[in-house]
Design a protein around this ligand. Structure first.
Ligand code: MOS
Length: 762
C-alpha cells in the first residue's frame, strides 16, 4: 500500500506558477469541486417546478401486457401522471431513430413503445409526482397483467443455437480468417492442452446512479443533464427518437461519477424523462434505483474453449480459441473476445471463432476492456497450463513465443514495449524466486502462490474538433464536447494546452460535457487522450503559429528573422530555443498587436492510411501473489505488480489511478463479481450491494504500477496510446494462475469463489 500511496502522492509540486509539463504527476483540476460537493451530477441539478419520475419494472421476462391498473397510483397525493405505452407522447417508429452512435446491429430497445415484454426488469411505466417519495410509493402500486410466454435466459442450455453475428458495430473487428492449418498442427504437436472457461454475468456498478434531469424552459427548449459518456450521443438519440431539432435540445454531462461503458449508450431513464417532460410540459428528473441499474446491459455471460499446442521446447504450434457469448433477441451485441489470441504470441497456426446466443435479457453492453477482460483471461490461463505441461516457467514461455510482428495478420506493431513490461514487473515482483512446482510456499494457515499474465488492449484514435480562445490577460479556454467519466479528462486536456503555450495550469480552462461544444467522440475505448488530446494539441499549435506571426510583425521584433521551428513557448512567453532570454510574454504580443482575443478551431482526423499499416495495441504484464486458506477457501490477493506500455503517459498520477482502478476491478472479476439469474423467472437475483460483491478496501493490498517507456507517434501526435482499460486485462488470469500455484487447483471459471477453491472443480 505504501508504494501505491507514494505513486499517488508524489513529492512533486503539482501547482506551481510555472508552466506544466505532460508526463508529470498532476492532481485533478476538478478534485476540489468534487470533494466539496460543488461538482453537480445529473441527479443534482436544480430546476424550478421539477417533477420526479420513478420507473416501474417488469416482473415477467417475456410476454404481452394485457391490462394495466394505475388507479391506486394515481390516487396517491402528489402524483401527476402514470405514463405507459398507452398514453406516452409520440415517438418514432423506425429502428434507425433509436440507433445511438454505438448501437450494434439489430433493432434497439424502445422504452414504453408497445405491449411487448422482452426481459425481466424492463421499464413498463413511469410514475411522475411532485415529490420523489410520492412517485416511489405510487410506483409500488402500479399493477400489470402480463400474458407470459416461455423465456430462455440460460446460456449453457442454449449453446446449440449459437450463430455468427453480423459485424456491424463501430470499432468492432470480427475474428480474422484462419492462419495455417490449426487442427493439423494441434494433432501433430507433442504437448497440448484443451480447456474450457466460463465467465458469469457482471453488472455495472458505478457510484453514480443513472439519472437524467430534463429542464424545460418556457420556449420548450430542453436542457438535459444526463449521465452519459457522450453528451452528443444522448442529444442525437433524443432528437431522433422524439423528432426534436438539434437546437431544441442541449445535453450536458459536466461530471460523471464513473461509467466504464455503461454510459456508452443512452439509457432508458433519459427516454422516459424526456417523454414525461414533453407530455407534462415541465421539468422532470428520473433516477434509477440500484436494482434498476441491473436492467440495462451487462458484461455478457461467456463460455470459451482454448486449445494450445507446442513443441517440447515451448514453441507454440497451434492456437485455437472459441467463444460463445449471449446477446438479446433484438440486437447482436458484439465485442472482441478471441482476436487477442491472434495478436500476442508468435504462432503459424491460429484459428479464432466467435458466436452469439440470443437470450431473453436486455442487450449486453461494454464494460471496461469489453471482450479482452475475459478473452485474454482464457488465453492467459491456458498459457499457464501449457507452461506447466512443458515444465517451463510461465514467463519464459511468453518470452519464447514473443511476437515481433502481429502474428495472425503479419503486420508490424506501431510500438510494443511488452518485453520491457515483463522485465520491469518481474524484477520488481521478485519473480525469479518463484519455485516451479505448485504448493511450494506456505505461511501459517495459508498457501502462497505466484502467477502472471499478459494484458493487451487497443490503442485507438477517432476524430474530434477543438476550439481555443486566448485572452489578452493570458487566460486560455479550450473546448471540445468530450467527457470526463472520472478518468481525468479535464486535467489532462488542460495540461496539454498549458504545456503547448507555456502557461501555468491555473490559467487554462478546459470545457467539456456540453453537446453544443465542438464535436468529440464518445469517451470509450481508452481513446480520449489520443483523440481529444490530439485535437487540443492541434488547436494550440494553431494558436502558437498565430502568436508567432503577430510577434514577428511587431516593430523591432526580436523574432523578425526567426523561423517557427526555432521558437518555444515556456514560462508565459514566446522564446528563442537556443537563447530563452530572447522572449516576449504572450500578453505583450497580444497587447502590442492590439488583439484582445485570439480564437482558433481545429479538426483532428486520424491518419488512417498510415495507421492501418500497423497493429496498434497497449500491453501490460501483471504479476500477483495470492494467499489461500485451504480451510475456508478464502483467497487474498496480497501483492500485484503491473507494468504497462501505453505510449507516452500524459499525467502520471491520473494514469496510475486508472491502472490501479483496473487492477481492483480485475481482482473483483477474479474473486467477487457475478450476477446470478433465477432462470425460472428469467430474472437477475442479486441486484443490490448486499449480494452483488465488489471489493472493499480490506480486499485490496499492495498494488504497484509501473509504466514502461514508450512513445508512439503513429497512434497519436502526442506519443500517447491511451491508458485505462489495460489496467484490468490479465489481472484475473494472473490471480487464477497464482491460485493454481498456491494450491495445485486449476480454476477455469470466474469469479473464483471459496466454494470453487474448496471444490477444486472449474
Ligand atoms: Mo469503455 S467499456 O470503452 O467505456
Amino acid at each position: 500500500m505504501t508504494e501505491l500511496i507514494e505513486a499517488l502522492n508524489p513529492p512533486v509540486a503539482d501547482r506551481g506558477t510555472g508552466s506544466v509539463r505532460t508526463g508529470t504527476p498532476v492532481s485533478r483540476v476538478d478534485g476540489r469541486a468534487k470533494v466539496t460537493g460543488q461538482a453537480k451530477y445529473a441527479a443534482e441539478l436544480p430546476a424550478p417546478d421539477l417533477a420526479y419520475g420513478v420507473v416501474v419494472s417488469s416482473p415477467a421476462a417475456k410476454g404481452r401486457i394485457v391490462a394495466i391498473d394505475t388507479q391506486a397510483a394515481l390516487a396517491v397525493p402528489g402524483v401527476v401522471e402514470v405514463l405507459t405505452h398507452l398514453n406516452r407522447p409520440k415517438i418514432r417508429s423506425f429502428d434507425i431513430a433509436y440507433k445511438d452512435m454505438t448501437a450494434p446491429a439489430g433493432s434497439p430497445f424502445r422504452p414504453l413503445y408497445d405491449d411487448r415484454v422482452m426481459y425481466s426488469g424492463q421499464p413498463l411505466a413511469l410514475v411522475v409526482a411532485e415529490t420523489f417519495e410520492a412517485a416511489r410509493y405510487a410506483a409500488s402500486l402500479v399493477r400489470f397483467e402480463i400474458d407470459t410466454e416461455p423465456h430462455g435466459t440460460k446460456l449453457s442450455a442454449n449453446l446449440e443455437r449459437a450463430y455468427k453475428p453480423k459485424p456491424l458495430k463501430a470499432g468492432y473487428e470480427p475474428p480474422p480468417d484462419e492462419k495455417g492449418n490449426t487442427d493439423a498442427a494441434y494433432a501433430q504437436a507433442p504437448v497440448k492442452i484443451d480447456a474450457e472457461f466460463y465467465s458469469g454475468v457482471e453488472h455495472h456498478n458505478p457510484m453514480e446512479l443513472f439519472a437524467s434531469t430534463v429542464i424545460r424552459d418556457p420556449s420548450g427548449h430542453l436542457t438535459i443533464y444526463d449521465k452519459t459518456q457522450s453528451s452528443q450521443n444522448s442529444r442525437w438519440y433524443v432528437s431522433h427518437v422524439f423528432g426534436l431539432s438539434k437546437n431544441k435540445v442541449t445535453v450536458r454531462n459536466p461530471y460523471v461519477g464513473g461509467a466504464f461503458g455503461s454510459g456508452l449508450r443512452p439509457q432508458y431513464q433519459l427516454t422516459l424523462a424526456v417523454m414525461a417532460a414533453l407530455h407534462l410540459k415541465r421539468s422532470v428528473r428520473v433516477v434509477l434505483t440500484r436494482q434498476q441499474m441491473f436492467s440495462f446491459g451487462h458484461r455478457p455471460e461467456t463460455v470459451q474453449r482454448v486449445k494450445l499446442a507446442a513443441d517440447n521446447d515451448g514453441t507454440l504450434r497451434a492456437i485455437w480459441h472459441q467463444a460463445i457469448a449471449e446477446t438479446s433477441p433484438i440486437e447482436d451485441y458484439v465485442e472482441v473476445v478471441v482476436n487477442w489470441s491472434g495478436m500476442l504470441y508468435q504462432c503459424d497456426n491460429i484459428k479464432l471463432d466467435y458466436k452469439l446466443v440470443k437470450l431473453d435479457h436486455y442487450t449486453p453492453i461494454d464494460m471496461r476492456a469489453p471482450g479482452a477482460a475475459h478473452g485474454v483471461h482464457a488465453l492467459e490461463v491456458a498459457m499457464d497450463e501449457l507452461a506447466w505441461e512443458l515444465k517451463m516457467d510461465p514467463l519464459a514461455l511468453r518470452l519464447k513465443n514473443y511476437a515481433e510482428r502481429s502474428p495472425v495478420e503479419d503486420k508490424p506493431y506501431s510500438s510494443k514495449e511488452l518485453r520491457a513490461c515483463y522485465e520491469l514487473a518481474a524484477k520488481k515482483f521478485g519473480w525469479d524466486q518463484r519455485p516451479l512446482n505448485p504448493r511450494s510456499m506456505r505461511e501459517g494457515t495459508e498457501l502462497i502462490g505466484w502467477g502472471m499474465a499478459t494484458g493487451v488492449w487497443d490503442a485507438m484514435q477517432m476524430f474530434a474538433r477543438a476550439s481555443a480562445v486566448l485572452h489578452a490577460d493570458g487566460k486560455l479556454v479550450v473546448s471540445s464536447a468530450a467527457t470526463d467519466i472520472g478518468t481525468g479528462t479535464y486535467t489532462v486536456m488542460a495540461m496539454i494546452a498549458a504545456e503547448a503555450l507555456g502557461l501555468p495550469l491555473e490559467d487554462v480552462t478546459f470545457q467539456l460535457g456540453d453537446s453544443t461544444l465542438p464535436v468529440a467522440p464518445i469517451e470509450g475505448g481508452s481513446s480520449h487522450v489520443t483523440t481529444v488530446g490530439s485535437a487540443v494539441a492541434g488547436v494550440c499549435e494553431k494558436l502558437q503559429k498565430t502568436l508567432f506571426k503577430h510577434a514577428k510583425a511587431l516593430s523591432h521584433s526580436p523574432f523578425a528573422n526567426t523561423r517557427f521551428k526555432d521558437v518555444e513557448f515556456t514560462g508565459g512567453a514566446l522564446r528563442l530555443k537556443r537563447d530563452p532570454q530572447v522572449a516576449l510574454p504572450l500578453a505583450a504580443i497580444m497587447n502590442d498587436s492590439g488583439v484582445v482575443r485570439l480564437e482558433e478551431k481545429y479538426l483532428m482526423l486520424p491518419n488512417m492510411l498510415k495507421q492501418r499499416k500497423f497493429r496498434r495495441l497497449v500491453h501490460s504484464a501483471v504479476f500477483v501473489e495470492v494467499r489461500v486458506d485451504e480451510q475456508t477457501g478464502v483467497v487474498r490477493v496480497t501483492r500485484v505488480t503491473s507494468a504497462v506500455a501505453a505510449g507516452r503517459i500524459m499525467n502520471l498520477k491520473t494514469a496510475t489511478s486508472q491502472v490501479v482502478g483496473g487492477i481492483v476491478w480485475g481482482i473483483s472479476q477474479a474473486l467477487h463479481e457475478e450476477t446470478y439469474a433465477d432462470h425460472r423467472l428469467g430474472r437477475f437475483m442479486n441486484h443490490n450491494y448486499a449480494e452483488y460483491h465488489v471489493p472493499v478496501n480490506a480486499d485490496i493490498h499492495a498494488v504497484d504500477v509501473i509504466f514502461a517507456e514508450e512513445d508512439d507517434r503513429i497512434v497519436s501526435r502526442l506519443g500517447a496510446k491511451g491508458v485505462g482499460e489495460i489496467g484490468i486485462v490479465g489481472v484475473a488470469a494472473a490471480v487464477s494462475n497464482a491460485i493454481w500455484h498456491a494450491t495445485g487447483k486449476r480454476l477455469r471459471s470466474t469469479p473464483m469463489t471459496p466454494d470453487k477453491v474448496l471444490g477444486g472443480g472449474p
